[in-house]
Design a protein around this ligand. Structure first.
Ligand SMILES: Nc1ncnc2c1ncn2[C@@H]1O[C@H](COP(=O)(O)OP(=O)(O)OP(=O)(O)O)[C@@H](O)[C@H]1O
Ligand SMILES: [Mg+2]
Length: 143
């Protein structure tokens, strides 16, 4: 089967539709018969990436390339970028406001979880420009 690609636009601050891209990706993976634990990892990583775009960015997009033995997720946004990536990657680090924390976000676990779910993880960010995250995950041997 050829790889299929989908792109979802993610709006800044849109908590009504937040999570829809990750849900759609999960549904597509089920439809193509992707392996269950791969679907789980992709769904978590895509959800965390989507929420970060909604909460911390000026808007962006999430693209997935489905193999279906491997899935690549590309999350891109238009800013404001991350000044200190090493700090942002630390478990528990969050700049979320009280309002965001009251909504149940801001544990500072999104980026570390995305990395854990991925076989390959890369993040690039420029202050004032934007952030791009690339994650690749494949079915593990024996699954
Ligand atoms: N796309 C982004 N644009 C700008 N800053 C970001 C972006 N993604 C993450 N950050 C910064 O990195 C910090 C850590 O992100 P992470 O996803 O780990 O935690 P969180 O979003 O604050 O909380 P949680 O994901 O647990 O709800 C954020 O608080 C924010 O300061
Ligand atoms: Mg987050």
């Amino acid at each position: 089967m050829d790889a299929i690609e989908y792109t979802f636009q993610i709006e800044k601050g849109d908590f009504v539709r937040a999570g829809e891209a990750a849900s759609s990706i999960k549904k597509i993976l089920r439809q193509v018969g992707a392996e269950t634990s791969l679907i789980r990892r992709v769904a978590i990583a895509a959800y965390e990436a989507e929420m970060n775009i909604v909460i911390h960015s000026d808007g962006g997009s999430i693209s997935v390339l489905i193999d279906p033995k491997c899935v690549m997720i590309l999350a891109k946004d238009m800013g404001p970028g991350i000044e200190n990536i090493e700090l942002a990657m630390k478990e528990g680090y969050s700049t979320a406001t009280d309002r965001i924390r009251e909504m149940g976000f801001g544990a500072g676990m999104g980026l570390p979880n995305m990395k854990k779910c991925s076989d390959e993880f890369s993040i690039e960010s420029k202050k004032g420009k934007g952030t791009t995250i690339m994650m690749n995950m494949c079915v593990k041997d024996g699954e």
